[in-house]
Design a protein around this ligand. Structure first.
Ligand code: ADP
Ligand code: MG
Length: 400
């Protein structure tokens, strides 16, 4: 008896029953599920992405650990080269595009006894999140620092923040970290850079967050090479769950372009006014022309506020011709306070709207709900105590 589990959002068991009765001579059993955990004993898993609006590559990456030791097949209704490449990387038995021919499925099933089962590289493969903007001052560094902190503290994800925003070193200031190394230092190591070196070189914040500092001297520029960056991302990709990159705002800057091209998610920060909307329409179009896949570009409206004369999000969406991924509320006082204390906003004011919005954003990135917090932040008062403030302020002033 051939046991087949079909994972898809839409239950299409009838189609699969009919299809298998056409191609399989023995008995078979088809079961459908829309969750990714594969508990049943199964001979074949079919991941059917047809009619699915969600991003198939992301789902495949998420489900990949559950496919270890199993034979699996990918089905889609689109010829998606990225998805096919990822399927091959994960040792899928085949990639079928609907409507597929009978013999195509037969030749996949012929491989059931000979094809290796899924043996996904057990090494971690970090998701790369590059945070960028068309112009300065839209909240790129604020978002990088706070999202990095939220992913590592609240979601317990091993997170690396890379400051690739030139000389400003804002993320390190925002998190009150003294950088132990810069991007240039790590690139200079070339192939000698390994996981051990990297873990000693990053500045730790708590047990899950590490920071690589920005540039400090002009000669750093010439030390940063594409090969060096590639190797760093390879090593860091195996050691972390998420790599967040704070970029500068020059489109043609080579370092920014490297991280823009590498990103799984490109968070594009924008403010709420007509000029920003015009800029972003142009910027998104340019990114697409440069080969960035449309679904990776995720606009975030920062400092959203409602007042007479403000622009409706739907209108912004229409104007930039792209779905808005998230909105962060405006809270100037909190941002200034958090910056001056060198503390993320979720620590300075854990129950504020802005802190909650960062937690929701991290949930969208990890595709999970906000974890229940054991003790700490939920029971914290909403602002720091006076003594604490003095302490925190002292520590940030040490930085200068
Ligand atoms: N959601 C927000 N509400 C209010 N002020 C914000 C918000 N996000 C960022 N800011 C402030 O805007 C300014 C620019 O933010 P920053 O992160 O440095 O931008 P960028 O890195 O894009 O230049 C900072 O003073 C920051 O505190
Ligand atoms: Mg910045």
């Amino acid at each position: 008896m051939l046991k087949v589990v079909v994972i898809s959002q839409v239950n299409d068991t009838k189609f699969w029953q009919d299809t298998f009765s056409n191609v399989w001579e023995g008995q078979f059993e088809i079961s459908h599920q829309n969750t990714h955990q594969i508990n049943k004993e199964t001979d074949l898993v079919i991941l059917d992405f047809s009619n699915d609006q969600t991003n198939a590559i992301d789902v495949l990456t998420d489900v990949s650990q559950n496919l270890v030791g199993k034979h699996f097949l990918i089905v889609s209704d689109k010829k998606d080269a990225d998805l096919a490449i990822e399927a091959i990387r994960l040792t899928a038995m085949g990639f079928l595009v609907r409507p597929f021919k009978r013999f195509e499925l037969i030749s996949c099933l012929d491989r059931l006894n000979t094809a290796p089962a899924g043996h996904i590289n057990s090494k971690r493969k970090a998701r790369i999140i590059t945070i960028t903007s068309y112009k300065g001052g839209t909240g790129v560094s604020t978002t990088t620092a706070n999202l990095g902190y939220t992913l590592s503290q609240i979601y317990q994800k091993k997170t690396l923040v890379i400051d690739a925003a030139g000389f400003s070193n804002h993320v390190t200031v925002l998190l009150n970290a003294i950088p132990k190394c810069t991007l240039a230092d790590l690139c200079k190591q070339g192939k000698n850079l390994d996981e051990g070196y990297l873990s000693n070189a990053v500045s730790p914040i708590g047990k899950n967050l590490g920071i690589i500092g920005g540039l400090t001297k002009t000669s750093d520029f010439s030390d940063i090479t594409t090969e060096g960056l590639e190797h760093l991302m390879e090593i860091a990709g195996e050691a972390y769950d998420y790599i967040l990159v704070d970029t500068s705002t020059h489109l043609l800057d080579e370092i920014s372009m490297f991280f823009i091209q590498k990103a799984n998610d490109l968070l594009l920060l924008t403010t709420f006014d007509l000029l920003a909307i015009r800029d972003n329409r142009f910027y998104i179009q340019t990114l697409k022309e440069l080969g960035v896949l449309e679904h990776r570009i995720k606009p975030i409206i920062n400092r959203q506020d409602w007042y007479i004369g403000s622009i409706e999000p739907q209108l912004i969406q229409k104007q930039i011709n792209h779905t808005i991924f998230h909105s962060l509320p405006n809270d100037w006082n909190l941002c200034v306070e958090a910056t001056n204390y060198g503390r993320p906003v979720i620590e300075v004011s854990p129950n504020s709207q802005l802190a909650t919005s960062f937690k929701i954003l991290a949930g969208k990135i990890t595709k999970t709900d906000i974890p229940e917090q054991s003790g700490s932040s939920n029971q914290q008062p909403d602002t720091l105590q006076a003594e604490d403030r003095k302490e925190k302020k002292k520590s940030i002033l040490n930085w200068f």
